[in-house]
Design a protein around this ligand. Structure first.
Ligand SMILES: [Cu+2]
Length: 177
């Protein structure tokens, strides 16, 4: 309800609510503080699985792909498997990064990512990652990308990727897209 271009109206709504609340202002401020708290280390879970800190890297204008990263911890006794990632882009794939003998990094789509029992699997820069494809607008730092992770056993887990600044690890340029 507060998404996208409605951001400023969203803010006005908050001010009105504070006025209506009157003496309850302290509680309102606390609520706003919680909503505005940095989401570093945010987690999502389902059953034996915990999804740690999904984030996407901000893209430059005109870029048509963006990368997403996360970790999955499987506290259960049986292996699970990340089968797909769903998000509001024309295509979302999971890619592995492979470096050939000449030192050239290439990305190849992978059908699934195994999460062994008792293990944590990290999708991280320079390794396996989520690829958001067909972007029509940049991923902007501070934004979020709602997505659904589809696991073989745990089923669908709704998450939000935080969009973070491009880091020293670099972007996806020159990697075969
Ligand atoms: Cu990729």
């Amino acid at each position: 309800m507060c998404g996208g271009a409605g951001h400023s109206s969203c803010r006005r709504g908050r001010v009105r609510a504070a006025e209506v609340n009157g003496g309850d202002g302290m509680r309102w401020l606390l609520l706003v503080g919680l909503l505005a708290a940095p989401a570093w280390g945010h987690e999502f879970g389902s059953g034996a699985l915990t999804v740690g800190h999904p984030y996407a890297v901000a893209t430059v204008p005109g870029a048509t792909v963006g990368a997403g990263y996360l970790s999955v911890t499987n506290a259960g006794a049986e292996a699970d498997r990340l089968l797909a990632v769903k998000a509001d882009f024309p295509r979302v794939e999971m890619h592995a990064t492979e470096v050939d003998a000449a030192g050239v990094a290439r990305m190849a789509a992978v059908g699934s990512v195994e999460v062994p029992a008792g293990a944590t699997v990290a999708l991280a820069p320079q390794g396996t990652h989520v690829m958001f494809m067909g972007l029509t607008a940049p991923l902007v730092e501070g934004g979020t990308v709602p997505a659904v992770l589809v696991f073989e056993r745990a089923g669908e887990v709704a998450v939000e990727f935080n969009v973070e600044a491009r880091g020293a690890a670099g972007g996806m340029e020159g990697m075969g897209h």
